[in-house]
Structure formats: C-alpha cells, structure tokens
Design a protein around this ligand. Structure first.
Ligand code: PEP
Length: 251
C-alpha cells in the first residue's frame, strides 16, 4: 500500500512567535502546495497559535503540539491539555518523545494514558519509540521498541490504532549528529510494522505511517526517505532553519 510520506518538524524549545512568523514567510515562499506529502509543524506550546495563524492560507499543512498532560483538565499548573490543543486548531500530538521519556522521566504508563486521551479527543497521536545506546549494544532494540509500542497502544481500540502515526527515533541518534543507516531504520520499521499487523491486522496496519527521526539533515534525508518501510521523517535541529527545512521537505 502506498503511504503518503509525512515530514514533521519538531522545534522543541526553540522559536518564539516572532521567530515563527519570519520562518514561515521565508519557508512558504520556497514550498508550494505539496499534494503528495503531509507536512507537520510541532512548535512549542506558546508558539502554536502563531503558526496556525501563519498557515491559515495553507490548510494542507498540519500543526501539532509536542506534549499534553495525561488528564484533560484540572489542577495541573503549567501543563497543556488535549482540549486546548484541539480548540486552537492543532491536529497531531507527539507522545513519548525521547526527551519526554529521558529528560522528564515519562514512563510507558504515561504514554498509555496520553495516547488514549489524544485519540479520544479525535486528534492524531504520533507515538515515538526508540532504544538507548546501551539497549542497542545489548541487542535489545527490537524488544524495547515493541514494548514501547505495546504500551502506547494498550488503551486504544483497534479503530483508534489505525489512526495513529508512529516515529522510530533511536535515542542515541537524536541531536547527536549520529544517524541510523537506512538499512538499520528499515529493519526496525519492519519490526514495528509486524507488531502493528499482529495487533490490528494487515489492512489497518498498512495505513499507519512509520517515520524515522534522529539527526536527519539535508544531506541524508533523501536516502533515509527512500529506504524500504520508511514513510516519513521527524526532524529536530535541521527543521529550525527555513532554508534547510524547505530543502528537506522537497527531498
Ligand atoms: C527530534 O527531536 O525528534 C529529533 C529527531 O531531533 P534531531 O533531528 O535534532 O536529532
């Protein structure tokens, strides 16, 4: 089955609303409507509204949020909610990004809860999975990503699983300049695809895009995107510069 490639920019804690306006002006001038790709921006929460406003004439480009709290509302000072994300016009939510897991101590149990909440809110969850260097060197990559995937899907009905996006992001490759080879990425994407098939069957699994992320840049994007089973890219550092990101999305 042909899956439309998904190219997603994770701005992490970068780009103020003013930076985002300048970015979009420069980026949109270089990127005409791309029917054959889905583009997603994940700005930080305080910049999301500005990006949505800046893209009002380009509704084919999606905007998402980098994280939500595990409850939809309540006494959780400093957090962001799926209800607010939906209300502001976001369409996707990153869940279980490696920095959430490793810097902020999020567990598989958190991702179970957040995935279910995001799906209930009728937003698209993009679940991130990936092994540490230590786990990779111990030959545990497959086991780790399968466990993270199972936890992410544990609170979803099969119909909701069919609507997710998945990103394989080896922790050792994020922000380090080290990238998985296209063959390594294909191998793990194959593991994830088989796990999806055993959870929801061939047909539903075939529609779920699996993105690769980890030090993607303009030099390696085309090769990674051309690798079997790689359906898109989730890009941090190289998405911060409008020219660099424009050249990657046209890769
Ligand atoms: C990311 O933040 O998801 C990521 C892959 O970052 P980088 O491209 O900078 O490695």
């Amino acid at each position: 089955m042909h899956r439309k490639p998904v190219l997603a920019a994770n701005w992490k804690l970068n780009h103020t609303p003013n930076d985002a306006r300048a970015f979009l002006q420069r980026f949109l001038a270089q990127v005409p409507k791309l029917n054959e790709r889905t583009l997603v921006f994940f700005p930080s929460a305080l910049t999301v509204g500005t990006v949505i406003e800046g893209l009002k004439d380009r509704p084919e480009i999606w905007v998402g949020v980098q994280n939500v709290h595990g409850e939809a509302q309540g006494a959780f000072t400093g957090e962001n909610s799926v209800l607010m994300a939906r209300d502001i016009g976001a369409r996707v939510v990153l869940v279980g990004h490696s920095e959430r897991r490793h810097v902020f101590g999020e567990s598989d149990a958190h991702t179970t809860k957040k995935m279910a909440l995001v799906a209930q809110a009728r937003l698209t969850p993009m679940l991130c999975v990936g092994e540490t260097l230590e786990e990779r060197e111990a030959g545990r990559t497959g086991e780790v990503v399968e466990r993270q995937l199972a936890a992410g899907l544990a609170g979803l009905e099969d119909g909701q699983v069919a609507g997710i996006m998945l990103a394989y992001e080896p922790v050792w490759a994020i922000g380090t300049g080290r990238t998985a080879t296209p063959a390594d990425a294909s191998e793990i994407h194959g593991v994830l695809r088989r796990a999806l098939v055993s959870r929801v069957g061939d047909k539903a699994a075939a529609g779920i895009p699996i993105l690769y992320g980890g030090s993607v840049n303009r030099g390696n994007a085309s090769q990674l995107l051309a690798a079997p089973d790689v359906d898109g890219l989730l890009v941090g550092g190289a998405s911060l510069d409008a020219d660099s990101w424009a050249s990657i999305v046209r890769a």
